[in-house]
Write a protein that binds this ligand. Structure first.
Ligand SMILES: Nc1ncnc2c1ncn2[C@@H]1O[C@H](COP(=O)(O)OP(=O)(O)O)[C@@H](O)[C@H]1O
Ligand SMILES: [Mg+2]
Length: 243
């Protein structure tokens, strides 16, 4: 579904992605982890062209996303993106937030968009909050609303950049449970997270980045085994100490 071939990126003279080649198969879940500043956010942001690259190619569903013929808006409609901060509009109700992509990008009226938006809210278990304002729901619920919004255009790929990092600990599991459900339904996902329990249980492959390099790409069984790259071993023991 997604293929990176020799992808490199610089910010000025700083090389932040170094010759990354990797594949995301359709229907699989990739977890990306690695130290802060290793390039995880930059890498996932290249997939919908939020970040230009200077070398290499990225294809999504077989099409080179940097080809001149590609319409960036169409590309972005096919790729849902969820951020650490949920970015809900505070003055809009939950359901109005969820239907926004349909209204803006498919030019649907509120009435036209309503049934789809309700279905999405049901899918994330929040139909009863449809008419609440973001200020009146919890952080975990807000992130689930943001996920519902990212799914409403029926994207082929869902990308999440530290979706639980801004949440109070007791709200992390409800979001991870939803992601596990989406993964089980066959959604293709790339998720940046340091929730290693989730990675072990849900990821098909785990990518480890360090200094802009994809130093390890393995199945969970190998990633959490003694055969993993020494950098991975060090990273995992550092995480464990923090817990
Ligand atoms: N807009 C930017 N301008 C310059 N440097 C940036 C910018 N965004 C990120 N960087 C740098 O790129 C590197 C990778 O950052 P990032 O992708 O955010 O890492 P991560 O998500 O793994 O913490 C870091 O060294 C960071 O300082
Ligand atoms: Mg980041």
């Amino acid at each position: 579904m997604i293929e990176f071939q020799g992808v490199s990126k610089w910010y000025g003279t700083l090389k932040v992605l170094k010759d990354i080649s990797a594949t995301v198969d359709k229907g699989t879940t990739i977890v990306l982890c690695g130290p802060s500043g290793s390039g995880k956010s930059t890498l996932v942001r290249t997939v919908n062209r939020l970040e230009p690259i200077q070398e290499g190619t990225i294809t999504v569903a077989g099409a080179d996303i940097y080809a001149k013929s590609v319409n960036v808006n169409t590309l972005r409609m096919g790729i849902g993106f969820v951020f650490q901060q949920f970015n809900l509009f505070p003055h809009l109700t939950v359901i109005d937030n969820v239907m926004l992509p349909l209204r803006r990008l498919h030019h649907q009226s509120r009435k036209e968009a309503l049934p789809t938006a309700l279905l999405m809210l049901e899918r994330v278990g929040l139909a009863d909050k449809a008419h609440a304002l973001p200020a009146d729901i919890s952080g975990g619920q807000s992130q689930r609303v943001a996920i519902a919004r990212s799914l409403i255009l029926n994207p082929e790929v869902l990308i999440l950049d530290e979706p639980t990092s801004a949440l109070d600990p007791e709200m992390v599991s409800e979001v991870l449970k939803l992601l596990r459900q989406l993964s089980g339904e066959g959604m293709t996902m790339m998720c940046v997270t340091h929730e290693m329990g989730f990675a072990r249980e849900v990821a098909d492959r785990i990518w480890f980045l360090k200094n802009g390099e994809l130093t390890f790409d393995a199945k969970p069984l190998v990633f959490f085994s003694p055969e993993a790259h020494p950098d991975v071993r060090g990273f995992l023991s550092a995480i464990q100490k923090n817990h």
